[in-house]
Design a protein. Structure first.
Lengths: 236, 249
């Protein structure tokens, strides 16, 4: 007797669990980038930069590739015909995909905590910022999938908005001009990067409450964006 | 004129007036009028590219209209979850989550269409047995043959006892026994009170199941016939100018 999925989230998690080889690769992938960064003497600013990019791109690419493949094969039609609001369908899918991404990233976050126990005060804020960024990245991936005609195109459409967003979040270099600094306040990666800097015992510019508030605002905004994007994602 | 006509079929499971769905290639379906009553089975027949699948897609709410009007159960509002819950759709390609088993796929759709756990399980048991998929219920769908996938799609469309059933080439990939079982089942669904629209070029199925047939050619309905008045293969050739593949004229 197999486990029977009743909801979209259960179906996604079940499928994730049943694909053993993919599961193994998915769990190992962040470690390949993260372990050398966290076990070496990499400067916190650059370690935070690499981890911010890793976390964001994992979230965006995974969802974009899955949705793009479903568009190409026609499977998306099955979702479109479900007796549910399109926004609710995409919201649930994004939330489930983000949960899987966070599971994938959990080993890196645990390693980070183990290596820098003195920065424990940052962990709750970092976790909120990570959840927010992963949700945001999944929404970006879902929207990016609507521009693609094949899964091979997702890299382009995902990186096109994300690369300037990384720059404007102060991930590559600290922001000094007023306009980029103002823009950075609405970009989730700002809070993730700052949270990572704090947890890596670097020199963050934002305080713990600001990073936590930014993370929470990102979670709320991303969930709303997922709901609003539902129709476009399922019918484009 | 169109509004008046729609008003007369206010309670019909599906009615369309001057329905057009036109793609960028200028193909699609054009100016289609149809009414399907409760308990009626309407067939759509025509050569490949005649617009049957496009018409079914619009009726299934999968595609928007380019122009014209469609009403479902007397409602002309934009299709939403309440309407989709009353539809059972089998598309031209049987699409599933290949990593999951047949039972997991069907159970997922049963629950999404509002069946409670006990009802979903009981209904699934009944339909898997009817379809001959009980023994392969625990196999991943990726290992299913085309016919098994098709049967699973049919199960998924019927699980929630829909009021309007829309099927695109439902016998494609089925063996003779499977097609005969399906015909009997579809008649039973009509007797239960469901309305059915079937796109098919299987004259045997259409003659066993359909009450009326619309013949389509180049996106338009060119003829409408009651089933039983003459062999469908002959009517098909007269309406479309093409012989029905594999049929006796």
């Amino acid at each position: 007797m197999s486990v029977l999925p009743a909801s979209i989230a259960q179906r996604e998690l079940l499928e994730f669990g049943q694909r053993r080889r993919a599961l193994l690769i998915k769990m190992a992938f962040p470690l390949i980038v993260g372990v050398p960064l966290l076990t070496s003497a990499a400067p916190p600013f650059y370690a935070a930069m690499a981890l911010t990019m890793l976390i964001t791109i994992i979230g965006a690419l995974g969802t974009a590739a899955v949705l793009s493949r479903e568009r190409a094969t026609g499977l998306q039609l099955r979702y479109r015909l479900l007796p549910r609001r399109h926004g609710a369908v995409i919201l649930e899918r994004v939330a489930a995909a983000a949960a899987i991404d966070l599971t994938q990233l959990s080993l890196i976050l645990l390693l980070l905590a183990a290596r820098h126990p003195g920065a424990a005060a940052w962990w709750p804020a970092l976790l909120l910022a990570a959840v927010g960024t992963v949700l945001f990245a999944n929404v970006v991936g879902a929207i990016a999938s609507t521009f693609t005609t094949a899964p091979g195109e997702v890299m382009l459409y995902v990186l096109l908005p994300l690369l300037p967003a990384f720059f404007l979040s102060g991930v590559f270099t600290p922001l000094t001009s007023p306009l980029p600094r103002a823009l950075s306040t609405v970009l989730p990666m700002t809070y993730l990067h700052e949270g990572l800097l704090g947890a890596l015992q670097g020199a963050p510019h934002l305080s713990i409450p600001v990073v936590a508030a930014g993370g929470m605002a990102t979670i709320a905004a991303s969930l709303l964006a997922a709901f609003l994007a539902g129709r476009r994602v399922l019918t484009a | 004129m169109a509004q008046a006509a729609l008003a007369t079929s206010a309670t019909a499971p599906v009615s369309a007036r001057a329905l057009s769905r036109i793609y960028r290639s200028r193909r699609g379906c054009f100016e289609v009028d149809l009414d399907v009553s409760t308990g009626e089975v309407l067939g759509l027949m025509g050569v490949n590219g005649s617009g049957k699948t496009t018409l079914l897609s619009v009726l299934a709410t999968a595609e928007p209209l380019t122009s014209g009007e469609v009403s479902w159960f007397g409602e002309r509002a934009a299709p939403g979850p309440a309407l989709r819950r009353r539809l059972g759709v089998v598309g031209d390609a049987p699409l599933h989550f290949d990593e999951l088993t047949g039972e997991q796929n069907a159970y997922f759709f049963a629950r999404q269409y509002g069946l409670e756990r006990a009802e979903a399980t009981a209904r699934l048991e009944e339909l898997l047995a009817w379809c001959g998929l009980l023994d392969s219920r625990d196999l991943p769908v990726g290992e299913y043959s085309l016919g098994m996938r098709r049967r699973l799609s049919i199960i998924e469309a019927l699980l929630h006892r829909p009021d309007l059933i829309l099927m695109d080439e439902p016998t494609l990939g089925l063996d003779h026994l499977g097609a005969a079982d399906l015909a009997a089942r579809l008649r039973a669904e009509a007797e239960r009170g469901a309305a059915l629209v079937l796109s098919t070029n299987d004259a045997a199925l259409a003659e066993r199941v359909c009450d009326r047939v619309l013949f389509m050619h180049q996106g338009r309905v060119v003829s409408e016939e009651e089933v039983g008045r003459a062999p469908l293969a002959r009517l098909f050739r007269r309406a479309t100018g093409t012989a029905l593949s594999g049929a006796r004229a």
